[in-house]
Write a protein that binds this ligand. Structure first.
Ligand code: AMP
Ligand code: MG
Length: 280
């Protein structure tokens, strides 16, 4: 696996992004079978790291997934975290805000879903909708959504300074691939429930969305909460790209998590020994 190049594109903080420069069909020279075979060992590594994260109880992990309809946010969650214990992870899907959520600041509902120490939180859509769909549909005035980039950066810095490891993924599909997936949904009885007229309507605003995403990627990628652009026309590539980036980010923590486990274990043993000595 060490020979595998980085599959997702890290967005350098402050750099300008033109999404059309990024190939949505990248394959890293692999075919589908090879790519699919790579997922199992990566998913297992994520499970191992999650167990350590949980036991060490020093950090939390927040994974944010964004992308157009059908870009594969649900599928990514299922594939990448397939070996992770439900005990240590939680997925939140952010929908159109309800009345109570709208009566608060836009980060209120998001902050409540942030991961507690030792846990993984996965966001299927996120606070970024408040500068994406909200911007494209002018749901608030420009002066309001413009302030939000800074507010988002401040919020994410707060989380990071409180030991939340944050990774953000933009699942980048082409407009053609989306059309194929929408049509496939119609034809598959097990997928038709996901159909929404809105998906076709949003599609008409594709360019506006791409522009809004480019602003997000440029303004909100930071050292402590980096954005990754994930070529996502091929589902197997998307899955291993996200898994690989998560592993790369978590690996450097492994040593300190293990050290914490050892010291907590030693303390527990000493207590037990003292208890036994008292009983004797
Ligand atoms: P889905 O992900 O297909 O279940 O759809 C969820 C819908 O909720 C999408 O159309 C999002 O654009 C919409 N949504 C999520 N967050 C917000 C928000 N803050 N404001 C408006 N719409 C939102
Ligand atoms: Mg949808």
């Amino acid at each position: 696996m060490s020979t595998l190049p980085m599959l997702a594109h890290l967005v350098t903080p402050g750099s300008k992004v033109k999404l059309s420069d990024y190939d949505t069909r990248a394959n890293a020279g692999l075919d589908k079978d090879q790519g699919e075979a790579l997922l199992a060992p990566l998913a297992r590594q994520i499970d191992d790291l999650q167990e350590l994260l949980y036991a060490a109880d020093m950090h939390s992990l927040l994974v944010i997934l964004q992308g157009m309809d059908t870009s594969g946010k649900d599928g990514t969650v299922r594939a990448v975290f397939r070996d992770v214990s439900p005990l240590g992870s939680h997925v939140t899907a952010f929908k159109v805000p309800n009345e109570e959520e709208l009566a608060h600041d836009f980060l209120w509902r998001v902050h409540r879903a942030a991961p507690r120490r030792g846990q993984i939180a996965i966001f299927n859509r996120s606070h970024y909708e408040d500068v994406l769909v909200v911007r494209v549909h002018s749901l608030v005035s420009e002066s309001i959504w413009r302030q939000r980039y800074q507010q988002i950066n401040d919020f994410e810095r707060l989380l990071a300074e409180n030991k939340t490891i944050i990774l953000k993924f933009f699942l980048h599909i082409s407009k053609e691939e989306q059309e194929e997936r929408l049509i496939a949904r119609e034809q598959d009885v097990t997928k038709a429930w996901k159909l929404a007229v809105g998906d076709w309507k949003e599609r008409e605003r594709w360019d506006e969305y791409m522009h809004a995403y480019e602003d997000v990627l440029k303004r909100c990628s930071s050292e402590h909460a980096p954005w990754h652009i994930v070529p996502a026309d091929r589902k197997w590539y998307r899955n291993i790209a996200v898994a690989q980036a998560i592993i790369n980010e978590l690996k450097p923590y492994k040593e300190q998590w293990l050290a914490k486990l050892v010291s907590v274990g030693a303390e527990a043993k000493a207590e037990l020994a003292a208890y036994r000595a008292e009983q004797a």
